[in-house]
Design a protein around this ligand. Structure first.
Ligand SMILES: Cc1cc2nc3c(=O)[nH]c(=O)nc-3n(C[C@H](O)[C@H](O)[C@H](O)COP(=O)(O)O)c2cc1C
Length: 444
């Protein structure tokens, strides 16, 4: 047993593991896969019961079914094998010890794959649990909590490992201490019982971004943006894709050499579309709350084939570090409703826009059918990865704009909750549409 200093070479190698979501479809021989699984069995388990079980899918048709079930994890289709992490229920449940055991084995499997030259990604998102149970033929006494996808990394698979928090922010000696911005707001309660909280039902989730500080929003977005690699197409919204295009159609012609800033586009979905709309001589700037988001968006644009340079604006506290009257246009892609202080941001926008500069806003509408659904459904669950948000009431949006802006074009986009981008103009019914899209001019 080694007693000397840590074998740094080996640890550096292990630290270089990163999740892969783009595989080559190369198959993995069962001998090699079994060798990895045998390594995984060296993990510790509660009472050494090894109550884990691993169901392996490695046939293309099974992988395709698994991908269909998982929905948001398309890499299931191209990986060489999916190893479903299962465990038997009924024993040593306290402190989730059976789950802890299979998790230890899961990570060991990933490290083994990594050292053997294969790539992997852990997936909690496997799809409807009943359908997954059926796919795996899993008896009722066993549970599945996730799957590890194994395969050969595609040559252009993103090679940047998501950033880690600094040691001193997640480790404290003697007692609990943690920087305030990395503790996310929850509704005040005497206790937060684990079993009372799920993704679709979280009575403690604080969806109102105005109950978060800018620093908390920055911190949350900065790490969770890496929930996926910055692959082309990632985070594209099925619901808002067409609506984003219809909204960007409202961008008025820009002056020569225009400077255009986009505020908080999170993973860069809208930036990709915006970049294609700007004249060649325009300068695209992206404003975000944390450098990690800017890094993600830069990588994302590269993978989307966007060759236009991206200027970066870091605004961790909602103040834009731009000179007064320096920008020609500002684009706010459904992100005003994610901000800790929208009024401050509007005042900042008014300060940095040139007189007559245009402000293009799309905002989700609280008084639409989608807004009502959000209140009844989505908002009862966990705050999403892009951070807390609340759809805006048109009256509140107009009140925010009134001090500085004149609305030049206004449309209500989409009626259905699920999507659609039909634009309604010139009718009071537009205020019932899913998104309010507008172009406003800064008064001189
Ligand atoms: C419990 C767990 C569940 C995860 N679920 C998913 C998932 O469903 N889909 C996915 O693409 N990545 C998933 N991941 C991968 C994480 O996003 C990834 O580990 C994280 O962003 C850190 O990146 P790294 O693994 O490259 O260091 C999961 C990771 C863990 C540990």
């Amino acid at each position: 047993m080694p007693t000397s200093a840590a074998p740094l070479g080996a640890l550096d190698l292990l630290a270089a593991r990163l999740s892969c979501r783009a595989f080559t479809q190369e198959r993995l021989a069962s001998d090699e896969l079994n060798a990895m699984l045998r390594d995984a069995l060296e993990a510790p388990s509660s009472c050494n019961q090894q109550a884990w079980h691993f169901v392996v899918l490695d046939q293309p048709e099974d992988l395709a079914r698994a991908a269909d079930l998982a929905g948001g994890n398309p890499h299931f289709r191209d990986c060489a094998a999916l190893v479903y992490l299962c465990f038997q229920k009924g024993w040593t449940h306290d402190n989730f010890s059976v789950v802890q055991g299979v998790a230890a084995a899961g990570y060991h499997l990933m490290l083994s794959a990594h050292l053997r030259g294969w790539a992997s990604v852990w997936n909690a998102g496997t799809g409807d649990p009943v359908a997954v149970r059926d796919l795996l033929g899993l008896p009722a006494i066993f549970e599945n909590q996730g799957a590890i996808a194994l395969g050969r990394a595609a040559p252009d698979s993103p090679a940047r490992k998501p950033p880690r928090r600094a040691l001193e922010t997640v480790v404290s000696y003697g007692r609990f201490e943690r920087p305030e911005e990395s503790i996310y707001p929850a509704k005040p309660a005497p206790a937060y019982p684990f079993h009372a909280i799920s993704r679709v039902s979280n009575p403690f989730a604080e969806w109102n971004p105005q109950s978060w500080s800018w620093a908390q929003l920055a911190d949350y977005r900065a790490y969770s943006v890496w929930a996926k690699s910055p692959l082309a197409g990632v985070y594209t919204s099925r619901r808002e894709g067409a609506a984003t295009r219809a909204w960007l159609d409202m961008l008025a012609p820009l002056p020569e050499g225009a400077k255009v800033a986009e505020l908080l586009p999170w993973g860069g979905t809208s930036t990709t579309l915006l970049a294609g709309r700007l004249p060649e001589d325009a300068q695209l700037l992206v404003a975000e709350l944390h450098p990690h988001n800017l890094t993600f968006i830069r990588d994302r644009l590269e993978r989307e084939g966007v060759t236009r340079a991206m200027g970066e604006i870091l605004c961790p506290d909602g103040h834009l570090p731009c000179e007064d009257r320096s920008l020609d246009a500002i684009v706010v892609p459904q992100s005003l409703e994610h901000m800790a202080d929208p009024a401050l941001m509007l005042a900042e926008i008014a300060r940095v826009l040139k007189p007559g500069g245009q402000l293009l806003i799309s905002a989700r509408n609280r008084v639409s059918r989608a807004g009502a659904d959000w209140a009844r459904g989505e908002s009862q669950g966990q705050v999403p990865l892009q951070g807390p948000w609340t759809p805006l009431r048109p009256r509140a949006l107009l009140a925010l704009l009134a001090p500085h802006f004149t609305i030049e074009e206004l449309a209500g986009l989409g009626l259905a909750r699920e999507g659609g981008a039909d634009a309604l103009r010139g009718s009071p019914l537009l205020w019932r549409r899913r998104a309010i899209a507008l172009r406003a001019r800064l008064r001189g």
